[in-house]
Ligand binder design. Structure first.
Ligand SMILES: Cc1ncc(COP(=O)(O)O)c(C=O)c1O
Length: 459
């Protein structure tokens, strides 16, 4: 007999108290922080949905692994446990540990990219794009059309537009493309999955042109769970086997273990190319560390090795994906326009539709972020004009972003259903008064990545 309630498949062994605040206190804290939730102290947040990166809870087994960590400078036992696990799941010949995802990106792109090169991706995450642009190359996003329609439901909105990939190769020439990348799941596109059929199709195009295919693997387990749930032929497969098949189509991967590695810090760069691995190891030694620790402690490698197995557990993944969808379903029922269907790690609210009285130049996404904090101490992040727009130096006008989203990212194994029910209740209470939410204007900004430090005030 199966039951309707999907419980958290864990018991809680250590707890971290939450400091409760009143709406009046939060209003004062928000003003002091210049209406920028990045400038709040974390202890003044009740439910922190700012990011799912590095914010997860480790298991008792991982904490035990922390004690077992081998801190030898070279050839540590923990490195071999880590590298063997990565090889077993991902199948790549060479595995370089790094301190987080962007370090893998920096080493990869500064090794394979030349100025003027072009790197296609379904959608680049911002650090991926920044590392490509840093070496003078161009990052091109090729999402399918449905990815840009917030309310259109599609099972694999993370897919790459294969026809657009062919056109891009024809236009710029294969010699200017060092590799093709697929981000699973597509974070910047709403945490949406990529289908195995799409991976195969992209692989086919890469093969025709002799191009390597890389996977940004941050949320690979969540992506593989969606394949199992939604793609015909995978319903009876183990997620680890789906992952093995997915990576068998690729030549390498970058990974931030802060997501589906279930750890607070760490990542890796993997490749099947012997010569490239040697070049990458040289850079790794220069800035991260010796290739058997790569800027991490032995204990971190041990925790990643355990986390990569735990994340593939079906009970965990069922709970993870269902609990994200649970938040999405309740917010949609209240009337919040969310990106459909819910993604793996986060719910995205279309703030432009939700607050139509606030023009994009007055940051409707950030206005909603502030309201969520004021109403219930809930911290989220704007992905819109504050993050991607620019202020014209002469006129002061804003270049606005294509979408004004608020992302509610759910840390792994941290919050229970009652925390999520609290979030839903807070947002239900705000709903009727949404027409009274006021826009914001910038009081101070410092580009690039202005959203981290900007200060704003109500219009
Ligand atoms: C899809 C994707 N790629 C790369 C990164 C970068 O990883 P890190 O923050 O560990 O540098 C992130 C982080 O959020 C991400 O979501």
């Amino acid at each position: 007999m199966s039951f309707h309630t999907i419980i958290e498949p864990f018991r809680i062994k250590a707890v971290e108290p939450i400091h409760m605040t009143t709406a009046a206190e939060r209003d004062a804290l928000l003003r002091a922080a210049g209406h920028n939730v990045f400038l709040l102290r974390a202890e003044d947040v009740i439910v922190d949905l700012l990011t799912d990166s590095g914010t997860g809870a480790m298991s008792a087994e991982q904490w035990a692994g922390i004690m077992r960590g081998d801190e030898s400078y070279a050839g540590a036992r923990s490195y071999y446990r880590f590298a063997d696990t990565v090889r077993d799941i991902f199948g790549f010949a060479h595995v370089l540990p790094v301190h987080q995802g962007r370090a893998a990106e920096r080493i990869l792109f500064s090794t394979v990219c030349n100025p003027g090169d072009v790197v296609p991706n379904n959608t680049h995450f911002d650090t991926t794009r920044a590392n490509i642009e840093h070496v003078g190359a161009q990052a091109v996003d090729l999402p399918i059309a449905a990815a840009l329609e917030a309310t259109v439901a599609h099972p694999f909105k993370g897919d790459m537009d294969v026809a657009a990939l062919r056109s891009l190769i024809a236009e710029v020439g294969r010699d200017r493309i060092p590799l093709v990348m697929l981000t699973v799941t597509n974070n910047s596109g709403g945490g949406q999955p990529v289908s195995m059929a799409n991976v195969r199709a992209v692989r086919g195009v890469c093969k025709e042109h002799g191009l390597p295919l890389y996977i940004d693997a941050c949320r690979f387990a969540e992506n593989c769970w969606f394949i199992r749930e939604r793609e015909p032929g995978y319903e009876d497969k183990a997620v680890i086997d789906i992952a093995r098949e997915l990576f068998s189509h690729a030549d390498g991967a970058t990974m931030s273990a802060k997501k589906d590695g279930l750890v607070n810090i760490g990542g890796f760069l993997a490749t099947n190319d012997d010569a490239l691995a040697r070049q990458e190891a040289r850079l790794l030694i220069l800035t991260e560390g010796f290739p058997t620790y790569g800027g991490l402690a032995g204990r971190d490698l041990e925790a990643i090795a355990i986390g990569l197995r735990e994340v593939l557990d079906h009970d965990y993944l069922r709970y993870r994906i269902t609990s994200t969808a649970y938040l999405g379903k309740h917010l949609a029922a209240i009337g919040y326009p969310i990106v459909q269907p819910p993604g793996g790690h986060a719910i995205y609210i279309d703030a432009r539709t939700y607050l139509p009285h606030i023009p994009p130049s007055s940051f409707p996404g950030q206005a909603l972020v502030c309201e969520l904090y004021r109403a219930g101490g809930i911290r989220t992040v704007e992905i819109g004009t504050l993050m991607f727009g620019r202020t014209d130096a002469h006129s002061g006008a804003q270049t606005v972003a294509p979408m004004e989203l608020v992302r509610m990212a759910i840390p792994r194994r941290v919050y229970t259903q009652s925390h999520i029910d609290y979030v839903v209740e807070v947002m239900a209470s705000m709903h009727e008064s949404r027409a009274r939410v006021r826009g914001l204007r910038l009081a101070w900004e410092s580009p690039p990545l202005r959203h981290f430090t900007a200060r704003l005030e109500p219009v």
